[in-house]
Design a binder for this molecule. Structure first.
Ligand code: AMP
Length: 402
């Protein structure tokens, strides 16, 4: 029997999954991937093979009220029907927040789950959804090994100063500090840099994770030394619907003068701002690009996005003491040639020079000349979860065997 890992990434109304074969000594090998979306309403599921060919598609009506539990059990039944020669060994979960306690992946038990629950106030919009499938599996598949893999953990290498807010020290004692997110993505990029350019892996690199959520990370020798996201996933760059860094005084103005409740203010900052808020059109870069020539507000939203990215890259370059390379990744970073070109144009002062042909064809290297290099590297957060889950399982199995 080949042991397989199920990797889960749960959102408020979605459940994304990937299934990996664990072969001795080799990288976990993707077998199936897919998602359930529209959970709680008219749900839809898709299963694809590793090449992207659709193997299965199911639609439920809103009367079916398919929730996360039903979706997960539907997935488990599908796996049992199709897994010939394979056995489900463990489940790895994407969990947004590991707080101060978890500087790496962890096997989930009662105490760990309780500790992760206590972090819900630090990531109220993501953490509860990430923890729900863990609870469902404990209830419905008791005994199944589950590993939590964190978006924050990769940044625990940052210095005390880099993670500090200029607030009274009792706030720091309550856990109010910069954590940073998208760590699974940065972990993947750091792990493959040497295959693109061995000097980069040793050097000073800014990674731009530009998707619906967006952040930057400064890597020195593959280790995170600074990042744009802070206490929550709201900080740093403007995103699809999130505002990015703003003056905290704006929040007081919203509460005091505009009479918004904290929940309303939170909704504005998380779901009505960013590219969507500025353009008034869409949070999707593809839509904004298609309208940028005719709609002034689509152009402004893109210009602000690029301006903020460029400024923040300058800030991370200062933290690194210079830069050897810039990596673009995630939905916009991997696909939007115009954003890459505009960011690099804004960094010509630092010696970056765009190779237009390479940029058009997706690189991987998209810079020319003798200055710092620029790259397009597709991220793979699920593979990092699979790797981390296998590492934890290996340690657990070794402990059981000894
Ligand atoms: P992610 O969160 O990494 O899946 O990225 C999602 C974002 O990537 C979407 O909101 C789109 O704006 C953007 N995106 C995906 N494909 C393209 C593309 N071909 N061109 C421009 N933007 C894209």
């Amino acid at each position: 029997m080949i042991p397989v890992l199920l990797v889960l990434n749960a959102g408020s109304s979605s459940l994304k999954f990937q299934v990996f074969d664990l072969l001795d000594g080799a990288e976990p090998r993707l077998v199936w991937k897919g998602l359930y979306e529209g959970l709680g309403g008219s749900a839809h599921s898709l299963v694809k093979d590793a090449s992207g060919a659709i193997l299965d598609e199911t639609t439920w009506s809103s009367n079916d009220r398919l929730g996360h539990e039903e979706a997960l059990m539907h997935l488990v039944a599908w796996l049992r029907q199709h897994q010939e020669g394979r056995t489900l060994a463990a489940i790895g979960h994407r969990v947004v927040h590991g707080g101060e306690a978890f500087s790496g992946p962890v096997l989930v038990d009662d105490a760990v789950l309780q500790a992760l629950d206590s972090l819900v106030p630090l990531a109220p919009l993501h953490q509860p959804h990430n923890l729900e499938p863990i609870r469902i599996v404990r209830r419905r598949l008791p005994g199944m090994a589950q590993v939590a893999c964190f978006d924050t953990a990769f940044h625990q290498t940052q210095s005390d100063i880099a993670s500090l807010f200029a607030l009274p020290s009792e706030m720091r004692d309550r856990g109010v500090r910069r954590y940073g997110f998208h760590g699974l993505s940065y972990d993947y990029i750091a792990s493959v840099l040497a295959t693109y350019d061995p000097r980069l892996a040793e050097g000073r690199v800014v990674v731009a994770h530009l998707g619906n959520g967006a952040s930057l990370c400064a890597l020195k020798g593959g280790v995170s030394i600074a990042t744009t996201m802070g206490f929550s996933a709201l900080d740093g760059l403007p995103m699809g619907t999130r505002c990015g860094a703003i003056d905290a005084g704006v929040v007081f103005f919203m509460l005091r003068e505009m009479k918004l409740s904290p929940a309303e203010a939170e909704r504005v900052l998380y779901t009505k701002s960013g590219l969507l808020g500025v353009s008034g059109i869409s949070n999707d870069m593809r839509v904004l690009r298609s309208k940028a020539a005719t709609e002034v507000d689509a152009r402004r939203a893109i210009d602000l996005f690029v301006y903020r990215i460029t400024r923040e890259i300058g800030s991370l370059m200062a933290a690194l003491g210079g830069v050897d390379g810039l990596v673009f990744t995630a939905g916009i970073g991997e696909n939007d040639t115009a954003t890459r070109a505009e960011v690099i144009a804004g960094l010509s002062w630092a010696g970056f020079s765009l190779d237009e042909d390479a940029n058009r064809t997706g690189g991987p290297r998209i810079s020319t000349g003798s200055g710092p290099t620029a790259w397009v590297i597709p991220t793979n957060e699920e593979l990092v979860i699979a790797r981390q889950t296998r590492t934890i399982l290996g340690a657990t199995w070794a402990k059981l065997a000894s």
